[in-house]
Write a protein of this length. Structure first.
Length: 138
């Protein structure tokens, strides 16, 4: 299976900066891009497949959920498909903040299911670039 490319969802935020678009080579007039969601199964903001260099690529325009429906474990792995079905368990994004972010608290799976009907959230960060004096508090 040839790898998929997805159209990013660019999210304007109050604290967003101006570095994501140039970093990714995107030309846009959209201001304060705080997040670029690269791969998302979040309802309402699901990633859509774009051109992969295949002639008559029938998957162009399909959402990530539709792709998982179609290819199941062949796309995400059998173990992941058995556990999550067509719900993609990751949200991969770039963040650019020109101001401090708010304090965030994420519930575990049990509490998130009780209150929000979804799995909890675990985060992993990889800092690509930071200004002198930048800090992350955990």
């Amino acid at each position: 299976m040839k790898p998929y490319k997805f159209e990013p969802y660019l999210k304007t935020t109050l604290w967003g900066g101006y570095q994501i678009a140039p970093f990714k080579g995107i030309f846009t007039a959209q201001p304060n891009i705080g997040e670029s969601w690269e791969i998302s199964g979040v309802p309402g903001h699901e990633s859509r497949a774009i051109e992969r260099g295949l002639i008559d690529d029938v998957d162009v325009g399909l959402t990530l959920t539709k792709l998982i429906d179609k290819y199941q474990g062949r796309l995400v792995g059998e173990k992941v498909y058995k556990k999550y079905g067509n719900q993609f368990p990751l949200l991969i994004k770039f963040i650019d903040s020109r101001q401090d972010l708010s304090v965030q608290v994420h519930p575990d799976d049990k509490l998130a299911m009780e209150r929000h009907g979804c799995a909890g959230k675990t985060e992993m960060w990889y800092v690509i670039k930071s200004d002198v004096g930048s800090k992350i508090y955990a």
